[in-house]
Design a protein around this ligand. Structure first.
Ligand code: MN
Length: 203
């Protein structure tokens, strides 16, 4: 069963004015679709087609060497964007609730301090990449700036909340003003979904 491009869980204009409809359309229908198609093409004939994307990325070094780069880039693009759409909502924003709120406060002291650290990770990621709030049993919650389409799953970690800071994620609306995009993005963060991901990761 090949990997399938997930539908957006809301209309393309639902995140306006924070993320515009044309950016969402190109980002989902072209970029994410492209990663999905190229991931499937790279896995074809490897015998890895039916493994989960988390399992594939965590065990990448066992793939044939000539497939590893394509699967790292496109498999990362596939999972990263799948999480990205799900952790945004037109009804999002505000402050975290539930277990993630307590965990953030415990680790960073306050939501504002966490936001500042996360936004700094995102703003200072050089070139294309992501900022992630990840989780692992060993480290608990932690922040990662990751280049290109590298994913927390490469390290066997769970991506709980990530922001895409590739220019394709914001350039139409924000041009070079990455910090403005990051500030606006907090208005669409779906904390209910973040809590679900955190609960599932902790097990
Ligand atoms: Mn992207």
């Amino acid at each position: 069963m090949a990997f399938q491009l997930p539908d957006l869980p809301y209309p393309k204009d639902a995140l306006e004015p924070h993320i515009d409809a044309l950016t969402m359309e190109i980002h989902h229908d072209k970029h994410h679709a492209g990663y999905t198609k190229k991931l499937n093409a790279a896995l074809e004939g490897t015998g890895w087609e039916n493994r989960t994307i988390e399992d594939i990325l965590a065990n990448l070094k066992d793939l044939p060497a000539d497939k590893q780069t394509a699967v790292r880039n496109n498999g990362g693009g596939f999972i990263n964007h799948s999480i990205f759409w799900a952790t945004m909502s037109p009804n999002g924003g505000g402050e975290p609730t539930g277990a993630i709120k307590h965990a953030i406060n415990e680790k960073w002291g306050s939501f504002d301090a966490f936001k500042e650290a996360f936004a700094k990770t995102a703003a200072t990621q050089f070139g294309s990449g992501w900022a992630w709030l990840g989780y692992s049993k060993e480290e608990g919650l932690h922040l990662h700036g990751m280049p290109n389409q590298d994913s927390p799953a490469l390290h066997g970690h769970v991506g709980i909340l990530g922001i895409d800071v590739w220019e394709h994620a914001y350039y139409l609306n924000y041009q070079n003003r990455r910090p403005d995009y990051i500030s606006a993005w907090w208005n669409v963060v779906n904390w209910d979904e973040v809590n679900k991901r955190y609960a599932a990761a902790k097990g």
